[in-house]
Design a binder for this molecule. Structure first.
Ligand code: UD1
Ligand code: UDP
Length: 374
């Protein structure tokens, strides 16, 4: 297609669908994984629609926030709500209140929310209570553990969303089991889009392996930040004991975990035994993941990335919403027991074939295309 053909097709499209040009979409984000999921979707949305980004302020440290906007080329948010940290009630309530004010002013046609954070739930609630359609990117995931704040956020967000963009077939089935079939679309996982696009950039730009003096497959990568691990002294101590025994670990430490480790008097012991570093940017993280011998984590996104990079994953939880990674034998759920963690760090050797479960890296395009068809 020549440039003039493309231009002609575009003009025809605008004349045939004048409503699309005017469609205004508000994307609501606030925490690290929200930003990574927003990036590929926003890029596509902006080709066709008027997108406004609202940042709740849930994450605010440079390396949990701005670094991701810079690396992933996400446009500067139109609104910063500045909510910050606090209890679940405070955080979700303030976000709901402040998001509502923006939505009343902007009157969007649709609100897009991502994943399972408090920012996700607050954004969806603010929208539906104003009778604005909410669309959930990464809908349908379930760990079936209602003690996890994320599980509450997912279930409630799904049940008030008009459009549900599912990353996997399992997610579609989960929704069906809860009576949700209308507005459900299997798009693939937007985190695959982000990974595929950014690993090429990371391979060229990231210097993290040299900076930390690491050789591929000679180190373990660890992340820990789930409330059930950080807020429980005995679980966190047990994880720390395991890490100190395994030794060759790089641990980009979430601020929540740093705070708890210091409070429990475990910080210095861990720092002396393994490489504890600040949270890293997405490009460095992809390189650390891809080259790790094994990954130890309680993160949702990191379990998935380990699977995609074919790096064995040892999950420091009893449940997972990414069941395919376990079914295929590339992920093992060990909880927080020291002995089990160390045992798996030594012995876990995945053998299973991988299915193509998370999509083809075009989930963002599908989200845009489905919204455009409405
Ligand atoms: C949140 C999400 C979780 C997600 C994680 C991603 C909820 C309920 N949880 O958990 O699903 O996996 O983000 O990283 O939404 N803090 C800082 N600086 C920051 C951000 C946080 O110091 O920039 C500290 C504060 O002490 C804060 C604590 O971390 O109280 C927890 O932050 P919060 O956003 O409440 O939850 P996360 O544990 O980050
Ligand atoms: N991540 C990152 N730097 C870090 C830790 C994680 O870039 O120091 C990325 C990781 O690669 C994944 C996402 O953050 O893409 C996962 O977010 P997180 O673990 O904070 O939340 P979860 O996925 O558990 O909700």
């Amino acid at each position: 297609m020549t440039l003039s053909d493309r231009l002609e097709a575009k003009i025809k499209d605008i004349l045939e669908h004048p409503e699309r040009r005017q469609m205004k979409i508000v994307s609501i984000v606030g925490a690290r994984p929200n930003f990574i999921k927003l990036a590929p979707v926003s890029k596509e949305l902006r080709k066709e629609f008027d997108e406004i980004i609202v940042h709740t302020g849930q994450h605010y440290d440079y390396e949990m926030n701005k670094l991701f906007f810079d690396e992933l080329g996400i446009p500067e948010p139109d609104y910063h709500l500045g909510v910050g940290s606090g209890s679940h009630g405070y955080q979700t309530g303030e976000m709901l209140k402040r998001t509502e004010e923006v939505l009343i002013k902007e009157k969007p046609d649709m609100v897009l929310v991502f994943g399972d954070t408090n920012s996700t739930l607050a954004g969806a609630l603010a929208a539906v209570k104003l009778h604005i359609k909410a669309a959930h990117v990464e809908a349908g995931l379930r760990s079936y553990d209602k003690k996890m704040p994320e599980e509450i956020n997912r279930v409630l967000t799904d049940h008030c969303s008009a459009l549900l963009f599912c990353p996997t077939e399992t997610a579609v089935k989960n929704l069906k089991n809860e009576g949700i079939a209308k507005g459900v679309y299997l798009t693939g996982d937007v985190m695959v889009d982000a990974l595929q696009e950014n690993i090429k950039i990371a391979e060229k730009k990231s210097k993290i392996l040299d900076e930390l003096n690491l050789n591929p497959e000679e180190y373990y990568l660890a992340t820990v930040h789930r409330a059930e691990n950080t807020d429980d002294f005995s679980r966190l101590k047990s994880i720390v004991d395991a890490f100190c025994e395994i030794r060759h670990i790089v641990f980009p430490c979430h601020p929540r975990t740093e705070k708890c480790l210091k409070e429990y008097g475990l910080w210095n012991k861990l720092k002396n035994m393994i490489k504890v570093i600040k949270p890293v940017g997405y490009l460095d993280m992809l390189m650390l993941e891809k080259n790790a011998r094994k990954i130890l984590t309680d993160s949702g996104g990191v379990q998935k990335e380990a699977y995609i990079f074919k790096v064995p994953c040892i999950t420091l939880r009893e449940t997972t919403e990414w069941v395919e990674t376990v079914e295929d034998g590339w992920n093992v759920l060990v909880g927080a027991e020291s002995k089990k963690i160390v045992g798996m760090a030594n012995d876990f050797e995945p053998k299973g074939e991988q299915r193509d479960v998370f999509g083809d890296g075009k989930a963002g395009e599908r989200v845009e295309e489905i919204i455009g068809r409405l």
